[in-house]
Ligand binder design. Structure first.
Ligand SMILES: Cc1cc2nc3c(=O)[nH]c(=O)nc-3n(C[C@H](O)[C@H](O)[C@H](O)COP(=O)(O)OP(=O)(O)OC[C@H]3O[C@@H](n4cnc5c(N)ncnc54)[C@H](O)[C@@H]3O)c2cc1C
Length: 420
């Protein structure tokens, strides 16, 4: 008995460990490949596109050429059964540049909605159209927010009415702050089918600009950061689309609404699981920005001399860098945990996806500010990239749910109480 216990113990020490944070070779290769693109293509172009405040089509083209932009690339990132490749790729891209990174990854929001809610047929029809082809590149937009419905998505006013005579949906309303809004062909629009049901009466519709006269771009938003990424209002003015452009199909929508009207529970839990699964990707983007700022500040502090010594020799500077590194690693671990949970189908009992996004957004905003401080006056100028990184980082405490909204989600999950 004793011998076999010893043998078992020995076997356990030589067998594959059950838990590891060591990346496998595929993940390392992917990380290095994306890092190369970020370093050689994105970094040199970052300042120029930030100043231009316009979509960096030539860079998206470069990304498409090597398979980094397109459905195959995205499918490859998602295929990793550990869930880590998606955050690794996002961290590297956004380390390169967040504005260009969002121009490349922004399409993913619409793609995620189509994959998450669409039928097999809809996925086959619309996903290729989100990306276009190498010679006719496209981007896509996800339009949920409205001027009076940001955090409070239940307040969405855009209406979708079904016209039995023509077998079409007719959409009217105004969408705000849509990434790629108006420059995309495919717009996934969240609209209310039955306002009395609040957010349970919402549905997602595919509105293709090339086939629908009633959709147009409103004002383009001039922003603090992420300036290479296009953000605009989108107007829907009697926008007519075929009946089967509602994601999931009209029949399924009718069934769902009937269930809700009967007072039965809608699948809000499923929607929450989807959000929890997508939030770590956004967190990984924030970590990319924070890491860029940390690395830059570290090198600067080792070079810059004041009072006859390198500024890093002062504890106040060295400790700030130590805290930055610790916080960034901490945020990354939360992001990896949530990504792994999402990919392996774990239940987010404590809103772990929201935790990761909350931490990463806050760390990125704080660490980029610290980086400016470590660079002193230089940090505040546009001659150095840290001020851009700080501007880019701030959005990560706002979009995809503000930090307060993440805290509400976490607080409700841990308490079981409807915290407001
Ligand atoms: C660059 C950029 C890109 C974007 N891209 C998209 C996109 O592609 N698609 C899309 O649909 N939307 C997009 N958005 C919109 C974004 O998701 C919203 O701005 C965000 O959800 C916050 O909504 P809001 O701006 O209306 O802020 P508000 O909801 O008005 O919040 C204002 C402040 O009040 C706080 N607050 C609100 N409610 C509560 C509460 N209950 N408790 C405590 N505090 C609260 C918030 O945390 C925040 O600090 C984008 C925005 C930007 C700036």
């Amino acid at each position: 008995m004793e011998a076999s216990t010893a043998a078992d113990a020995a076997a356990q020490t030589t067998a594959e460990p059950v838990f590891t944070l060591e990346l496998n070779q595929d993940q390392k290769d992917m990380r290095d490949w994306v890092h190369g693109f970020a370093q050689n293509v994105m970094r040199p172009a970052a300042s120029e596109w930030d100043e231009k405040e316009s979509t960096p089509w030539p860079i998206i083209q470069e990304a498409a050429k090597i398979g980094l932009y397109g459905f195959e690339g995205l499918a490859q990132f998602f295929a990793d059964p550990t869930g880590l490749t998606m955050p690794i790729v996002n961290e590297e891209l956004f380390w390169g540049d967040a504005g260009i990174g969002m121009a490349i990854m922004g399409t993913g929001l619409a793609v995620a909605a189509i994959i998450g809610q669409g039928t097999g047929e809809q996925i086959g029809e619309w996903i290729p159209r989100c990306f276009g082809t190498e010679s006719d590149l496209k981007v896509a937009a996800f339009c949920a927010s409205e001027p009076n419905a940001g955090s409070d998505v239940s307040n969405i006013r855009t209406r979708a009415k079904f016209d039995e005579a023509t077998n079409e949906w007719v959409l009217n309303g105004q969408k705000a702050w849509a990434t790629n809004g108006g420059i995309s062909d495919v717009h996934v629009v969240i609209a209310s089918v039955d306002p009395e049901l609040g957010s349970r009466g919402h549905a997602a519709f595919v509105v293709p600009m090339s086939e629908c006269k009633g959709i147009s771009q409103g004002a383009k938003v001039s922003k603090h950061g992420l300036r290479a990424s296009h953000t605009a209002d989108v107007y829907l003015d009697d926008a007519r689309i075929p009946a089967n452009n509602v994601l999931g199909g009209k029949e399924k929508l009718d069934e769902r609404l009937a269930r809700v009207r009967e007072g039965k529970r809608a699948k809000s839990q499923a929607a929450m699981q989807t959000f929890e699964a997508s939030r770590p990707t956004v967190g990984a983007q924030a970590i990319g920005i924070a890491r860029a700022a940390y690395e830059y500040a570290l090198e600067y502090a080792k070079e810059r001399e004041q009072f006859g010594r390198k500024i890093i020799e002062n504890q106040s500077i060295a400790f700030a860098l130590a805290d930055m590194k610790t916080e960034i690693d901490c945020a990354r671990l939360l992001v990896w945990r949530a990504s792994w949970m999402g990919r392996t189908g774990q239940t987010f009992e404590n809103a772990e996806g929201s935790m990761s996004k909350l931490k990463a957004g806050e760390v990125a905003t704080w660490a980029t500010e610290r980086a400016i401080h470590i660079l002193g006056g230089n940090g505040y100028t546009r001659e150095y990239p840290v001020e851009r990184w700080h501007r880019d980082a701030k959005i990560y405490t706002l979009f995809e749910g503000t930090s307060e909204i993440q805290r509400i989600v976490i607080a409700r999950a841990i308490s079981g109480i409807h915290i407001r």
